[in-house]
Write a protein that binds this ligand. Structure first.
Ligand SMILES: NC(=O)c1ccc[n+]([C@@H]2O[C@H](COP(=O)([O-])OP(=O)(O)OC[C@H]3O[C@@H](n4cnc5c(N)ncnc54)[C@H](OP(=O)(O)O)[C@@H]3O)[C@@H](O)[C@H]2O)c1
Length: 264
């Protein structure tokens, strides 16, 4: 299968590298500014199966089209590729806030359109992409896209009305975790740890807690209780986090993110 990726910035490069690492099929990379093509050719020269091409030839050759340009560039890009798209094309847009209706209005009738929200851990194969297919997309075509994205991590199909909440809990969420790690590292340094050691400890704590959640299937409340002896050190830390309003801060952050995603 041939996949075109339009826009090879943070998100596009994360997906491209995962797909190329997966070794299945051919990936066509389409950059933005004219000078970007040379930079992309140099950057991906070592990856077999990746070719840097212009938008129109990519549109004519690929079966699946991943749109990873900024939301304000989507309409112009669709205008550029629409005349060359094959009739059996699947267009998956990963642009924040661009609706299925916006996408369909810029594409030939009958194009299978899917809106998605990815996150950057796709680069290391542990990403999450929330997919909302248009009503006409068959189960078989959706399954092909999910299979294509397998090297990037997991996929979850949700109705389009839940895309803004998905952005807040998935697309943007790695940034919240990085902020928590930064805060832990600073606090560890204040307690006398070397910065590199503090980063190793905080990174492994996040990795281990994530693996426990994913692999045991336990509720976070249960796992937290297992680390929290009555009157102990962890209980003291958790009480301070609660007193500082951690839950409220996350609830407020998620609302702000989902509202921004919805354009409010
Ligand atoms: N970053 C994330 O964590 C994340 C998470 C979820 C969703 N997204 C979505 O992913 C999309 C990209 O975000 P990003 O953070 O990756 O942005 P980015 O780093 O700025 O990348 C955008 C890329 O698009 C290229 N571009 C611009 N116009 C183009 C065109 N007409 N054809 C082909 N390429 C074009 C730019 O290339 P030039 O520099 O050559 O112009 C740039 O490399 C956005 O819609 C965003 O909502 C991002």
């Amino acid at each position: 299968m041939t996949t075109a990726i339009y826009g090879v910035g943070s998100m596009g490069s994360a997906i491209l590298e995962a797909l190329a690492g997966g070794g299945e099929g051919e990936v066509l990379a389409v950059g933005g500014r004219p000078e970007s093509a040379a930079r992309l050719r140099e950057r991906y020269a070592h990856l077999a199966g990746v070719e840097v091409v212009d938008a129109a030839p990519a549109a004519a050759r690929a079966e699946v089209h991943l749109i990873t340009v900024k939301p304000y560039s989507v309409a112009g890009l669709l205008e550029e590729i629409a005349p060359s798209l094959r009739p059996d094309s699947i267009v998956l847009s990963l642009a924040l806030g661009v609706s299925l209706a916006d996408l369909a209005s810029g594409l030939p009738e009958g194009t299978a359109v899917i809106r998605g929200m990815p996150n950057t851990p796709a680069k290391v194969g542990v990403g999450m992409t929330v997919l909302s297919p248009a009503a006409e997309v068959t189960d078989e075509r959706l399954a092909r896209v999910r299979e294509l994205l397998e090297p990037t991590g997991r996929t979850l199909v949700l109705p389009e009305s839940q895309q803004d909440a998905a952005t807040a809990l998935s697309g943007s969420a790695p940034a919240y975790v990085y902020l928590v790690v930064e805060a832990l590292v600073d606090a560890g340094v204040a307690r006398g740890l070397a910065r590199a050691d503090a980063l190793t400890l905080a990174t492994q704590a996040v990795r281990g807690a994530g693996a426990m959640l994913a692999e045991t299937g336990e509720e976070p409340t249960v796992l937290r209780a297992q680390v929290t002896s009555p009157g102990g050190a962890t209980a003291a830390a958790l009480a301070r986090l609660e007193a500082h309003g951690l839950r409220h801060a996350f609830a407020d952050a998620v609302t702000a993110c989902a509202d921004r995603s919805a354009g409010r």
